[in-house]
Design a protein around this ligand. Structure first.
Ligand code: PMP
Length: 440
């Protein structure tokens, strides 16, 4: 039996309850509440019983050390006590009124303090924050196109499902579901870390905004080279293009995300997931200049049918959760601990990989660590995509899961929350080392 088949069999043995629950889900499309939940290295997903801090217990009673943390939705840890308290209190006093609560103003002020942009608006997902930001910047510039980096991910945003083809020109991303129009009509693309490519695309003069992560995090972690982010800012200014930093994942860099960490000056910042401590929320922050320009535009319907907003966005529970997460959980001290833990995680992985002489690389962005099956570390999304190995990834994910450790299902990403301990890191490394011993 191959190692992978053995691990699949062990997985099935350890999870009879999850398998039965999956089999009973006849009236769920794909047998899961949301199709992505089928992204599992085993033949069915692990079903949740409960989670707290960085521990998950499944319906079979297996306990896991969780480095996936809901693909960042739980960067604050699962059900952090201050968020549970704030939500529990709020949930009994009205859920869907379409009226502001004071928590929102406090959360907005805290986001402004951390990220340096003065005017905030809330959504329920990072995807929607990106969608609405895009609409606003198209409106302000009168330009039609959005530029993204090849192999980026910004949520289910039509404009972002583009990659650079072999000749560098944009083509629809493989698997793109039901594109409304050819994506090259709405978008341009440049490789991360490629200022010449960016300049070439911006020179067309039709790009309303560059939407980017300051480091790519959804195709492994690809870090910016010296001078790249400053170059992006200089070029966007020169060509009259707005810059949106999507900090949904790069928030791991520190209390003010990559924007504060690297001293960046975006015009708009979008974020979601972690800032709600696990409760759905998204947000975008605007520069003063943009907020003024938009407020002065009587032709834009920002209060009803204009295409920016949502009925439950800014609801009292999301706002209470966001306030509590920012003020009491993902604090400066918490980040210091998380980053220290992540540094130990990255250093340990590096040592193990070197010990086996594997041509792999490790990248870290604050509290987030990822290893890729390529060395040196990829410089852009296309290089990183080329280093993917689905079978090897499945094996490692299963090997770890069967021994009580979870990585994010989408790649080899490990995220630290405030509760993640050095003992948890050591546990991961011991299993990771055993997996490589079997492989090599
Ligand atoms: N932006 C980035 C950078 C992301 O990684 C993601 C999700 N992985 C999103 C936006 C979308 O988040 P959501 O699915 O919560 O809308």
């Amino acid at each position: 039996m191959s190692l992978l088949a053995r691990e699949r069999a062990t997985f099935a043995d350890r999870h009879p309850g999850s398998r039965a629950a999956y089999q009973r889900s006849d009236h769920l499309f794909g047998r899961v509440p949301m199709t992505w939940m089928n992204k599992a290295a085993g033949d069915f997903p692990i079903h949740l019983d409960r989670a707290r801090g960085n521990r998950i217990v499944d319906v079979d009673g297996n306990e896991f050390v969780d480095f996936a943390l809901g693909d960042t939705g739980a960067m604050a840890g699962h059900s952090p006590a201050p968020v549970v308290a704030a939500v529990t209190e709020r949930v009994q006093r009205g859920l869907a009124t379409m009226m502001p609560t004071e928590d929102a103003a406090v959360a907005g002020a805290e986001l402004a303090r951390r990220f340096g942009l003065p005017a905030w608006s809330f959504a329920l997902t990072a995807t929607d924050a990106n969608r609405w930001a895009i609409r606003l910047l198209r409106a302000v510039t009168g330009r039609s196109k959005i530029l993204v980096n090849s192999y980026c991910y910004h949520g289910s945003v039509d404009e972002s499902l583009i990659v650079a083809g072999p000749d560098g020109r944009g083509v629809s991303r493989e698997g793109n579901v039901g594109a409304p129009v050819d994506v090259t009509l709405t978008s341009r693309v440049a490789e991360f870390n490629d200022l010449d490519g960016l300049e070439r695309e911006l020179a067309h003069g039709d790009v309303a905004a560059v939407l980017m992560e300051p480091a790519l995090t959804n195709i492994g972690i690809v870090l910016p080279e010296e001078g790249y982010l400053a170059g992006v800012r200089e070029l966007t200014r020169r060509f009259g293009t707005y810059l949106i930093n999507d900090e949904t994942h790069t928030f791991s860099a520190g209390p003010g995300g990559a924007t504060a960490f690297w001293g960046l000056e975006p015009d708009v910042l979008t974020i979601g997931k972690a800032i709600g401590g696990g409760v759905p929320v998204g947000a975008y922050g605007l520069s003063a200049e943009l907020a003024d320009a938009l407020s002065g535009r009587g032709d834009l319907d920002l209060v009803d049918m204009g295409g920016v907003g949502g009925t439950l966005a800014g609801n009292p529970v999301s706002m209470a959760a966001t306030r509590a997460t920012l003020q009491e959980v993902l604090t400066d001290d918490a980040f210091a601990t998380m980053i220290e833990t992540a540094t130990a995680f990255a250093d340990g992985i590096q040592k193990i990989i070197e010990g086996y002489g594997l041509p792999w690389s490790v990248s870290r962005l604050g509290a987030r660590v990822e290893y890729r099956f390529a060395s040196p570390a990829p410089r852009n999304g296309t290089e990183s995509a080329a280093g993917a190995n689905a079978v090897l990834e499945d094996f490692l994910h299963l090997y770890l899961a069967n021994r009580g450790v979870l990585l994010t299902p989408f790649h080899n990403m490990a995220l630290m929350c405030p509760e993640t301990s050095l003992a948890d890191v050591a546990r991961h490394h011991e299993i990771f080392d055993a997996a490589l011993k079997e492989l090599t």
